[in-house]
Design a protein around this ligand. Structure first.
Ligand code: GLC
Length: 657
């Protein structure tokens, strides 16, 4: 958009640039800067326009963008142009992700490069490498307490290794996702050290207060994220003689985005990593970016302005890379991280679908899909050119963040239902095979979350202990069904490393003083590569899960109806144990797929009349995409075995694909 004030400033900036960057070819940069400058100027103005140095800061910001563009390698610039021309590329069904700790998976970054063929064997072509930036040896929160944003933890490798990893992945058509922890730094970061040493400019990078007045005002409304290990949201720093805001752990200092210098530095860091070859940046804890007294300081409007500004700035330098919003918040809030009042994503193109994840686990515990069906209906409609990251497990705990209204609509009492889920997954509930651990227990509020490996939560660990073959088989089926859901829902499926082999809880973290008090480490495995070899041995649990998943991935990639064009429709069926939805083919009538899963331990039937009424499967044989066979039918009722699913299509339509 054209607007005089911003354009006049842009003219001045471009004049200065034409001298300073005389020898550079900035044509594409200028076109994109022209397109986005009004938005950048007004967003920056909303956040910092009241400051006397606003104009100076805007010039600084624009200069950083120009420098990042100049530093961007030619190969990455070419990729940007290709992605600009094929802007829906990331909505395609071909993408399948895995998140992993480089050390747990392969020792370090060079090890990870060597293990890429294993990921390709499975069909994974997007890898989220968990945080690898330099962080303290002990207080690191699994890499989320960064002490140097431009260097790699020497135990993992070097920046050069990251570039090599990115280059190798690009050769194989794989995407690299890296974290930028935008909300906080380690207390050992240089900025924190200088703040402690008394430098006012760096104290302004954080929220620091001489007494409890302001902290107490905040505390009245702030929840606690780690109530057991880090109660409260402020930490007294004796050296500085000030309170510091530390919403997560006491060694993670929250950055103060009311200071434009913080915004510019953090943006520059994002640009640095996309210039090293990251295709996707995972922006950690984005809900927390703006703090306001009298609120929970989550999902504040300004947090969205910051993200929009980051996106607009990034697009000027490099329109190819995408952002993932890590905001584990309610459905009505999460949807805003794609951007409000927009058609296409204008904040983050991808967001964690924590709602779907938690609802899937609810179906596992209750053996029915009541809340799952209810909760999915409450998930607001998503923008075009924005997509979900669908997952069953990740490095974090499982939070039961369903809407109370949805729980009630499913005929449960919110408090008792959540209590039941915790008891179920931690094995306290009579007869439950869950082997999870309670995490983040808050006696003040009664809240708790759950840690644990997928296989241990889904009953495989207990079944193996008991040597109960039938339950082992059922657990394997359930693990595959859960993956089938994230692979067909619409969005990028993200597998947690180790789950492809049925990896169980690992208690070895208890021997490490730095990890012992954080039981999320129980599900952050060190892959046993000897055990992984068993994936080639027919009949082993590892082989059944790995091959099952491999096949699901392959079928997904050949099923255009699984691409994400907001082409999903929930199908209400009378049987509460079933979760059924339709994925429509973008162009081919009849190329649609019905996904039907049974979460019960008994076979359940799906009444095909419901589907026939919609014109589905009226003619031609029904076929399951995985087995290529027709499921058992009796009088227009289809039987779905316990804990299993079907991806149903019309045989005739399939022949045309
Ligand atoms: C994010 C990460 C989590 C971490 C927290 C604080 O939520 O996923 O692992 O503890 O941020 O950095």
């Amino acid at each position: 958009m054209y607007e005089q004030v911003s354009h006049a400033l842009l003219n001045d900036i471009l004049d200065a640039f034409s001298h300073r960057f005389r020898r550079e070819d900035l044509r594409h940069f200028y076109t994109r800067l022209g397109a986005n400058f009004y938005a950048i100027h007004s967003l920056f103005g909303h956040l910092y326009g009241h400051r006397q140095d606003f104009k100076e800061q805007t010039v600084r910001l624009t200069e950083r963008l120009a420098r990042a563009y100049i530093e961007r390698p030619a190969a990455l610039k070419a990729l940007d142009m290709a992605r600009e021309a094929d802007h829906n590329w990331f909505l395609d069904q071909q993408w399948v992700g895995m998140a992993l700790y480089a050390d747990g998976f392969a020792g370090n970054l060079p090890g990870l490069i060597e293990r890429l063929p294993y990921l390709q064997e499975l069909g994974v072509n997007m890898v989220h490498v968990m945080p690898i930036l330099r962080c303290p040896q002990g207080a690191s929160d699994g890499g989320y307490a960064v002490s140097d944003f431009r260097d790699i933890d020497p135990r993992m490798g070097t920046v050069e290794d990251v570039r090599a990893l990115g280059a190798r992945m690009r050769e194989h058509g794989m995407l690299l996702t890296l974290d930028v922890v935008v909300n906080h730094t380690s207390d050992e970061h240089e900025w924190a050290c200088r703040a402690r040493a008394g430098e006012r400019a760096f104290q302004d990078f954080y929220y620091t207060f001489p007494n409890r007045d302001v902290p107490d005002m905040f505390e009245a409304n702030l929840p606690e994220i780690f109530p057991e290990t880090a109660p409260g949201n402020f930490t007294w720093n004796a050296e500085m003689q000030r309170w510091v805001m530390t919403v997560f752990n006491d060694y993670q200092w929250d950055l103060n985005y009311a200071n434009p210098a913080v915004f510019i530095e953090m943006l520059d860091i994002i640009l640095f990593w996309i210039n090293q070859g990251a295709d996707i940046i995972r922006l950690d804890a984005v809900a927390f970016l703006w703090k306001k007294i009298g609120t929970t300081s989550q999902n504040e409007h300004e947090a969205h302005l910051i993200l929009q500004l980051m996106k607009d700035c990034c697009q000027v330098v490099a329109p190819g890379p995408l952002f993932i919003a890590e905001a584990i918040v309610s459905p009505s809030e999460i949807i805003k991280y794609f951007g409000e009042d927009a058609v296409i994503a204008k904040e983050c193109e991808i967001a964690y679908n924590a709602t779907f994840m938690a609802l899937l686990w609810d179906a596992v515990a209750t053996k029915n899909a009541k809340l799952l069906n209810q909760g999915i209906q409450s998930l607001p409609h998503k923008l075009d050119r924005a997509t979900w990251l669908n997952y069953v497990r990740c490095h974090d705990d499982i939070g039961l963040g369903f809407d109370d209204a949805d729980i009630r609509a499913s005929d449960y009492d919110p408090y008792h239902h959540r209590r039941f889920l915790i008891d179920w997954f931690t094995g306290v509930y009579e007869g439950s095979p869950g082997r999870g651990r309670p995490f983040g227990v808050n006696p003040k509020t009664g809240d708790a979350r759950i840690s644990g490996a997928l296989a241990s939560l889904a009953g495989l660990e207990a079944a193996l202990e008991d040597g109960d073959q039938q339950r082992i088989d059922q657990a394997v089926d359930l693990i595959l069904t859960l993956h089938a859901m994230i692979l067909s829902f619409g969005g990028i499926p993200l597998i947690w490393y180790g789950d492809e082999l049925g990896t169980l809880n690992d208690d070895s973290f208890l021997e490490d003083v730095n990890k012992a008090c954080d039981n999320r480490w129980v599900h952050r495995p060190r892959i046993d590569w000897q055990r992984a070899e068993r994936r080639h041995q027919p009949g082993t649990v590892e082989q059944r899960i790995f091959d099952g998943l491999r096949q699901l991935i392959e079928v997904r990639k050949h099923t255009p109806a699984f691409a994400d064009f907001n082409n999903r429709e929930l199908i209400e069926v009378a049987n509460p144990h079933l979760f059924v939805f339709l994925r429509t083919h973008p162009t081919l009538q009849g190329g649609s797929v019905v996904v039907a899963a049974n979460f019960d331990a008994n076979p359940q039937f799906l009444d095909l009349d419901v589907l026939n009424q919609r014109g589905l499967f009226r003619q031609g044989q029904i076929e399951d995409l995985i087995t290529g066979e027709s499921p058992a039918l009796f009088n227009n009722r289809m039987v779905i075995p316990p804990f299993q699913f079907y991806w149903l299509t019309n045989q005739r339509a399939r022949a045309q694909l």
